[in-house]
Design a protein around this ligand. Structure first.
Ligand code: ATP
Ligand code: LTN
Length: 337
């Protein structure tokens, strides 16, 4: 019998090297990237979004360090660079090439509505630059270049994803079918890990209060201290509910790193207080982070290996991305070079 294999579905996602990664980035995004790659039914393109990072002023040496750290963390978390590309966005010029075309198909009104733009403009009042404003169109280019079917991200990215879908449809309607219309992949648990100090706000690496987040490369004894200090409420029950955002956030973290459901967790800690619960969360987080940190420490010393990974990644990504750009340039009416 003839062996007809369906082409694999594509995945594209990215993380900005705008600082050290938090547990929120891991739970909301990276952890799922690894799971999806292991499922082996997708072709996964994972990217370090360095072009996006400079929408906020970066110190060049720190940016270089964050980029290499991120690459090492990706591999340490279990992404297999032998299998599929891991690459730096700036090594694939097609991102900016398609980004421009999409800029010219995106309305000012659409970009003005983006909550991330509003938040970041408030945080960086002295540098509200045009890149920060048009960033969602570049993110759409990142996704559409690879004809991605699925985009695994945290909940804060849904508005950007919606724009990517709208732009794909708009372009397809104007110039004939060109782009896949991508779907988001938002995890059921842990899609938005909250600050440990203000559980109504997203855990963010740029928060000035360092007790509010856990960095992936933080010394393990600090993890325990930060979780013990996390804000809960005046009650004592490990349960979800009104006014219990702090506890629910710790439950989401625990669920994400152990695989236990929220219901299981409520049962596990029935009749026990917050002390026991926080101890268990801290231990589970520490157990998750420890092997990643050990692997990262090994990998970061091996610059040659990391270089082969990102060079190979860029080569593969360039090949796929250039096909889309050529098609787009032809369709909008540019003369073929
Ligand atoms: P910043 O905090 O500096 O604004 P960021 O961490 O939000 O940056 P990225 O590093 O690009 O931005 O985020 C990478 C991925 O991590 C995205 O998929 C995003 O949705 C996810 N993510 C970020 N913060 C959280 C969080 N607190 N909970 C769950 N997912 C998150
Ligand atoms: N905007 C994302 C990072 C990012 C991304 C992407 C995610 C840049 N390009 C493409 C998914 C697909 C953020 O988390 N801030």
């Amino acid at each position: 019998m003839e062996n007809i294999t369906e082409p694999k579905k594509r995945i594209l996602s990215g993380i900005q090297p705008s600082g050290a990664l938090t547990l929120g980035n891991y739970v909301g995004a990276l952890r799922n990237w690894v799971q999806l790659q292991k499922e082996d039914i997708y072709e996964c393109y994972y990217m370090i979004a360095d072009l996006h990072a400079i929408t906020v002023r970066q110190e060049p040496a720190a940016l270089r360090k964050n980029c290499m750290d991120l690459l090492a963390i990706f591999i340490a978390c279990g992404l297999d660079p032998e299998k599929e590309p891991i690459f730096f966005q700036s090594h694939v010029p097609a991102h900016t090439q398609l980004g421009w075309v999409l800029d010219c198909n995106t309305y000012m009104g659409e970009l003005s509505r983006m909550t991330q733009f509003k938040d970041k403009s408030k945080k960086h009042e002295n540098n509200i630059n045009a890149g920060l404003f048009t960033y969602p169109a570049l993110m759409a280019a990142d996704i559409l270049l690879y004809q991605a079917d699925l985009v695994p991200v945290g909940k804060d990215q849904t508005q950007h994803l919606e724009l990517a879908r709208d732009l794909a449809q708009r372009f397809n309607n104007a110039y004939s079918d060109t782009f896949k219309v991508p779907e988001g992949y938002i995890p059921k648990v842990g899609a938005k890990i909250m600050s440990l100090q203000e559980p109504t706000q997203k855990m963010s690496k740029s928060d000035p209060n360092e007790n509010s987040y856990i960095l992936m490369l933080v010394p393990i004894d600090k993890v325990v201290k930060k979780i013990k200090r996390a804000v809960t409420d005046s009650g004592s029950e490990v349960k979800r509910g009104e006014g219990k955002e702090g506890v629910e956030n710790l439950m989401s973290i625990y669920s994400a790193v152990t695989g236990k459901t929220m219901e299981d967790i409520e049962l596990e800690f029935e009749g026990k207080g917050y002390g026991d619960f926080k101890g268990a969360v801290a231990e589970a987080v520490a157990e998750t982070l420890k092997p990643i940190q050990e692997k990262h420490a090994d990998l970061i010393k091996n610059k040659d290996y990391l270089e082969t990974v990102y060079k190979r990644g860029a080569e593969m990504a360039n090949k796929t991305a250039m096909k889309t750009v050529s098609k787009v340039y032809r369709k909008v009416g540019f003369i073929q070079p």
